[in-house]
Ligand binder design. Structure first.
Ligand code: FEO
Ligand code: CA
Ligand code: CA
Ligand code: CA
Length: 652
């Protein structure tokens, strides 16, 4: 095995990539807007206004509450878990957390058993993939004890997956040279899994012989649909039609639709491409803005389509939302181009009172934007097939968060405002392929890394997880991103007027500034009744439970950064305890927490434990944990966990 000292692990490259931020647009920050609108003296007033809007709760009200209301009961009925960091997972007392599916588990009756010493792409394509992120549960015939679990497999950690591939030299991990066999295993470990699961007595099991079970990989045939399908900028040597794509990449979070389909969000697609674009290539600016090529992996040495010098337009076929019908295992997944192309964290949908479907999606990179798509057609609950192409036609909007607490949703429509030929947009396809640049021109607000955006149909509110942005400096603060060196992130609450999610004007405020509230300069704003276990940093994924309450999963907490691993926190958003947070579950060392998803009866909670043992000098041979098997011959394995209440019944 040859070692290449210059190769850093994909995990490190991912961190670096998200850390860069490629938005060089001159969009004004809110500070600039204030400076323009107010005289020098009023700038001070403006800054105060920023502070007031930025605060979740009036500080005086906090003090009053601190004395009067610390005994107020939480609406969440569980005994809070202690925060900490160790090699295994923990759940609150009175609950059990069982491993449901691990990397390498069988998906079909004929799947080979997992054997990390002799992996193959053919075996992996029939087994549960790596790095489970999004998890959705779709009931079969309305049942709560039988449904389809849909799971994204975001990326691979070769240093933790392959024997003898990574070596530690001077405390740094260096990777071996890729072979085609290893690349093929990685391609098969990406994508998604659809698998039927059932509850028998009080235990959940995968159903291996189900008609529905399916693996989707980075090589599965897909179709580009919507305004970009067949456009010249998505035609390649291998696909002159511009419609037929193989695979989906870096499926981070996602969503479910009201008609029971599964949305897979393509996020950090930059990492999969290598090679050098020809000098003066027309796509240079477009690819640069997406950070392409970023070469985390070496797939391009074995497949021309991942080498931009050979297939310069292939990257334009990734960065979309992919819709999969899990009830039709042979159906061709569709890349819904009307929803725009960027680093989609996820895509959660909700039906507006008018019946139109609204899909929210964040672009997860520093200084990128928050989007929503509003369908042209309306959802029909009595005719499933009539909804199947709803996501092909509609309007994509990007958010501008104004200092007065308004959100203006700016339409990304060809021919309107600056989205014209003078700026290089010749059609709606151009606007969608270069969504980021179009959003720059409209003056959208540059955010602190938008991750999940979670609509709450019960309240008409929408929660935007902004995970962190340590590159935000004091001179580019704005009302919606009010902290410099924002290491711990914050959560914005958008209120859609009268629950109309299609609204072009909404209200916003900050629900939480995250981090340790006991350290004054951090400026965290959890409710004072939040315990020392209850605060968190780096919100990432979220879900709304059957009682309309918010749960937040985190990515980036560690013993070093926050004295705790990532986990799942229950967060009050209504009433006097608004802003109170309680720890329910925590992951083993090196992992992030993803995919919180409840069954409709609220009796089971599916959680995704992604990349256990990642980071530092952790390798296949010397991992920081061997969760969940704790067998010296088995590496750490990402896994989906199912949480239930001891004795049964609704959780929390
Ligand atoms: Fe894949 Fe934005 O986390
Ligand atoms: Ca992830
Ligand atoms: Ca994420
Ligand atoms: Ca994240």
């Amino acid at each position: 095995m040859q070692y290449d000292k210059d190769v850093i692990s994909p995990a490190t490259r991912r961190e670096n990539s998200e850390d860069i931020g490629r938005n060089a647009s001159a969009n004004p920050t809110m500070g600039d807007v204030i400076a323009r609108r107010y005289s020098r003296r009023s700038v001070i007033r403006g800054s105060l206004a920023v502070a007031a809007i930025g605060a979740i709760i009036d500080p005086l009200a906090l003090i009053a509450r601190n004395t009067a209301q610390t005994k107020e009961a939480s609406s969440f009925e569980f005994e809070e878990l202690g925060a900490g960091s160790d090699e295994t997972h923990h759940v609150a007392n009175g609950y059990r957390a069982d491993i449901l599916l691990r990397w390498g588990d069988k998906i079909f009756p004929g799947s080979p058993s997992f054997n990390s010493a002799s992996q193959s792409a053919t075996a992996q394509a029939k087994q549960f993939g790596y790095n489970n992120d999004f998890v959705g549960f779709i009931p079969i015939d309305g049942a709560n004890d039988r449904g389809l679990l849909v799971v994204n497999h975001e990326y691979t950690n070769p240093e933790l997956m392959f024997p003898n591939f990574a070596k530690i030299e001077n405390g740094e991990v260096s990777l071996g040279r890729y072979t085609k066999d290893l690349v093929d295993i990685e391609i098969a470990a990406h994508g998604g899994t659809i698998i039927e699961i059932r509850k028998i007595k009080s235990n959940w099991h995968p159903v291996l012989d189900s008609y529905y079970n399916r693996r989707i990989t980075a090589a599965t045939e897909m179709e580009l649909s919507g305004p970009v399908a067949g456009h010249d900028r998505v035609k390649t040597y291998a696909d002159p039609s511009g419609k037929k794509v193989f695979g989906t990449l870096n499926n981070c979070a996602g969503g479910l639709t009201p008609w029971g389909t599964y949305l897979m969000a393509e996020e950090n697609i930059n990492g999969y491409f290598n090679g050098r674009l020809a000098d003066g290539h027309v796509e240079f600016q477009n690819h640069s803005r997406m950070g392409i090529p970023d070469a985390w992996y070496d797939w391009g040495s074995f497949y021309d389509r991942f080498d931009v010098s050979k297939e310069p337009l292939e990257p334009n076929r990734f960065g979309w939302i992919v819709e999969v019908d899990p009830f039709e295992p042979t159906s061709i997944p569709k890349k819904r181009t009307a929803l725009g192309r960027f680093k989609h964290e996820g895509c959660e949908t909700v039906v507006s009172p008018s019946g139109r479907v609204v899909a929210y999606s964040g672009d997860d990179e520093r200084f990128e934007y928050v989007y929503k798509f509003v369908s042209k057609g309306v959802y029909d609950s009595s005719d499933r097939m009539s909804n199947k192409d709803l996501l092909d036609e509609g309007t994509l909007y990007v958010a501008r968060f104004d200092v007065d607490g308004t959100v203006d949703w700016l339409p990304l429509v060809y021919g309107r405002g600056p989205l014209k030929s003078e700026n290089g947009f010749m059609s709606q396809a151009d606007v969608l392929i270069e969504t980021r640049r179009a959003a720059d021109l409209l003056g959208a607000t540059k955010m602190d890394r938008p991750e999940d955006i979670v609509p709450n149909p019960a309240t008409g509110k929408v929660y935007v997880m902004l995970t962190n942005n340590t590159r935000r400096t004091a001179d580019n603060l704005d009302a919606a991103n009010p902290r410099s060196e924002n290491a711990f992130g914050h959560i914005i609450e958008i209120s859609e007027p009268d629950g109309d999610f299609t609204s072009k004007t909404s209200r916003w405020e900050i629900l939480l500034k995250c981090g340790d509230p006991s350290i004054a300069h951090v400026g965290a704003t959890f409710s004072p009744s939040t315990s020392e276990n209850g605060w968190f940093g780096m919100p990432d994924n979220g879900t709304i439970d059957t009682d309309g309450r918010l749960w937040v999963a985190t990515d980036g907490n560690s013993k070093e950064k926050t004295g705790r691993t990532d986990g799942l926190w229950a967060v009050e958003t209504e009433g006097p305890e608004r802003g109170r947070s309680m720890l329910f579950f925590r992951v083993p060392i090196g992992a992030e927490m993803c995919g919180p998803c409840f069954t409709p009866d609220g009796e089971a909670l599916f959680l995704s434990v992604q990349h256990p043992a990642e980071g530092g000098s952790s390798t296949y041979e010397y991992p920081s944990t061997r969760w969940p098997d704790f067998d010296p011959n088995i590496p750490a394995r990402p896994a989906v966990v199912v949480v239930t209440k001891l004795g049964g019944g609704k959780l929390a």
